[in-house]
Structures are given as C-alpha cells and as structure tokens.
Ligand binder design. Sequence first.
Ligand SMILES: [Zn+2]
Length: 406
Amino acid sequence: MSRVNRREWLRRIGAAGAASVAVIGGSAEGQEPGQPAPVVRRERLALEDFQPKSMLHVPETNVTRSRFPVIDVHTHLTMGARHKSGVTLGEEIRVLASPDEVLPVMDQKNIRMMVDLTGNYGKGLEEAIQRFQRLHPDRFMVFTEPGWDHFNRPDYTRWQADEIARAHQAGAKGLKVVKILGLYLRQEVTSGALVKIDDPRFDLMWEACAAFKMPVAIHISDPEAFFLPIDRFNERFEELNNHPDWSFHGRDFPSNRDLLEARNRLFARHPRTTFIALHVGNNAEDLASVSKCLERFPNMHVELAARIGELGRQPRTARKFFEKYQDRVMFGTDAVPNGTSTPQQILSAKLYEIYYRFLETEDEYFDYAPAPKPPQGRWQIYGLGLPESILRKVYYQNAERVLGLG
Ligand SMILES: [Zn+2]
C-alpha cells in the first residue's frame, strides 16, 4: 500500500463510526521499519456477538445414523420436581417427554435404548418406571436416586439401603448420584456444612447397589473452569457468565481436586460396586488423570455425555484414550427433551448426529453442539474416526455388560 493510499484508508476507517476506538501502534503487516506508528481505528465487537464462520475447506460428513445400534446411558426423561438450594426434595417427578415423543428420534437415529437416570425415588420412581420402562422394556431403562431430603434423619443409613432394595423391587436398574453430593447436600439437607462424598452414612447404600447388581452412575464435581473466577482468563467465561449459578468458585465449596479425591476414596472402599463416572469421570480436560483412575479402580467406567467438546479438541490424546480403555467407555449424551438453556444437551436428531460424527469420522474443526455459538467454550472439535470394533463397544457392548442386558 503506498503512503497516499494508506493515509486515505486511515481517513476512511476513522470516519467509519462512533463505535470505533483509537488504538496506537503499528500493524505487523506492511509496516516499514523506522516509520512512526500510524493511528489505527479498530471496531469494537462484543464477544457475545462474535460468530466467525470457518473458512476451512475440509470434508463434512453427514452421519445421519450411527453405524451400530446405540445405548445412550445418560439421559433425563424425568426429574425430581421440587428443589431447594440445589437439593431435590420429595418423591414427585416432572415428566419431560412421553415415550411417543422420544421414540421417533430414537428410531430415526438408530438408538436402541435410553437410560433415564433421574427417576427419583418412591412414588415418583414408580411413575417413571411405569411410563417408560414398563411400557417399552426393550427401549427404556430407569435409574433411582437417593432420597436426599431424608439425609438428616437418625436412621438414614439403614433407611437409604432399604430404599435401594425397594427401588430394585420396583424395577430400577441402577442408582444415579447427581452433583448434589459434594456441592449442595448439607448436614441439615439444605443448611449446615457440606456433606462429604465419602461420608460413611452412604456406605450401606453403595453396598446395597453391589448386592442388587445396580450400577451407580455418579456425577462428581464439574469442569475445572467452574472452580475458577469468572474472568477474562476463564476458558468457559461465556458459559459461566450465562449461568453464574454453575460456578463453584469461592464460598465454602471444596476444590475440584478435593471432590475427585473423595470420590476416589469411595471407589476404593466399595470395590464390589460398579461405578459409571459420568462426563468422562468429570475430568475430561485431564485424560491422563482419568486414565490413572481407570488403572486404579477396576470397578470404574466412564461415559461421554456433554464432554465431546473437551475430547474433540484433543483428538490425538482422546483417540489413544479410547483405544486403551475401549472396554470401559460408554456412549452418553445427557440429553434432556425440550430443553433450551444448554444446547449441548437438548434431545434432538441433530445432537446425536454430532456425537456420531465425532466418533465415526475424521472430520476436522466442527461444532460440538447444535448452536449458533459454541455454548461451553470458544473452540471446535475433530473426529476420532474410531474403528468398527471400538465403535461397537462404545455404542452398545460395554453398556450391555454394565447394565446386565442380554
Ligand atoms: Zn446428566
């Protein structure tokens, strides 16, 4: 660019609008050495308005159906209806969709079975089992949950173990423990000090699950970034800014490491209990550490739900992880019907297509969620291109074994 043209160009962008802001400094490109740095006027753009379109010309594979029938071990078709301070109270459930709404997506996307993890307990559990599992026993499976609101009764330990027996009798196929444990449940249920994950009052519950061969799907802690300040260095700034209640920074919250260590003590203390550590052991950012846990605890398995954004941005490490632990990884999505606030979890055909593309293809740099902007962090993912033998295990064989399906 000649001197005259540069001056003309600067004049034009200077007049471009009131939103411009003057920035002093030279640009690296075309700057001649020894020249005074020109005044450049740059547009300001709010981060939330930034929606860059990738200019990469790379293959895009449309995977409309999974190569093998899928068991999605992590969905929420029902949920406890009442909550206080993050803790589910009472037996009542909310039914988020009917089988008639979900089955067409399942048929279209080659999903053989969905596991509804959040069936609650008591009357609510019976209703969830009746609506899904009893009507369609080959398509749905329901898990029970602890009766958190009973925690401060003196006979809780015994009561909870008996409740697992009742749930088993009613047809529940496993136990789901949400992150209430460690982050919300307190000594007086919603007040007092936080209850530790390895509190001995749950010991009989874990043992009852082993006795009834009910696997425990356990969500402990959350992404590392949720424990850091919500500031410009936080890689999940936009997500946390949209959901500040998801932050566990400060107050009396334990650190991410303390939570995971308490969980590890639990796994060690109950070797007969089968644990499915949800969301890639809730440490998908650190697969070396998840690998160490899988080596240490033969009773531990993992699933993928809502973490393809983490796995897919480290495709070489993730692929090695899948190869090494191909017998321990299950397919899950955390799908919730009719949701809106978390696009990476809304039960839809599109959601499943992204998971299939991630597992089956070697496509590069694509969205991990069906949303105009990446909802968990500003990055794209790369497919793993898993071979058929591993796909079979991840899609259904490992789940069949862990869930006791024929
Ligand atoms: Zn979930």
